[in-house]
Design a binder for this molecule. Sequence first.
Ligand code: SF4
Length: 308
Amino acid sequence: MSTEEQIRVSYGTAQKLGLKQGQSEEEPTIAYLMLPGERCRGGCSFCPQARGDPRWLSRVSWPLLELQDTIERIKESDLTRVCIQSPDVPDYDDKLISVVENLGDMKKPVSLSTPPLDKKTLESLKDPVDRVGIGVDAATDRLRKEKKRNYEPIIFWNYLGKAVDIYGDGNVTAHLIAGLGETLEELAVAIKRSLRAGASVSLFPFKGTARGRNQDEVDIIYYRRAQLLLALLDQDHEVEEALHLILDDPETVFEVVDEKKAFQTRGCPGCNRPYYTTSPGEEHKNYPREPTPEEISRIKEQVTGVEA
Ligand code: SF4
């Protein structure tokens, strides 16, 4: 079977579609697909693809399956959207156009999460594509240069601006990773810059790519503060004010933000990315659903240090 007839499918999506055995406690609510290809040219230090392993993205495996069969099963499923991830492989733009064309009359909206695309390609993909995810990833240009060494740091902000011009305010999502070595203030500035540019923000907790127990990952309290920060900045609070509230008066923050939404996976409508950065049985960093009252009490304790 040629590569054009195949697609990578996140393991959870493959289980949901009956393409792989087993069932997860937390199921995806949208279909996660990834372009096949050999080695990603990005070289992002936090990504398993940089190790030349095209089967993995974050801690999730993406088996290579038959494209048409996968599309038919998505059409029949209750998954509400399709997200197509693309590593930076040769001709990824043409391959994306081909996969989107193969989706045919699927009456489900499509998101793309890709390296930079030119204006013509972005315009040609509009409808069924209605949203674009941009891997800004690192909060500062210095960190982006260090962690995404094969790219000029500025190109992701330029790509974000171009995508907002074509897809409109709120239809572009800046992907930002918390825990790459930035300060909470640097993260706040990057979030504010994304929001002011007309994008929404999706936070990802840093998780090292090493296999096994000694994986380095973001501190849970730092990540909870980052999630609260995004919730406050999304409510048009200014950076200094938001940081002051989170660091000096965290209990008030829980009265100001929607605590049921603040700790959930954010991004395109329906995107919940279960187990993308958290292993089954571990405490969710991005909840793939509304957290329970017990889970919210635990988070409050983490952030305020006050027993609930
Ligand atoms: S927010 Fe979710 S659905 Fe949207 S591009 Fe990112 S991973 Fe895909």
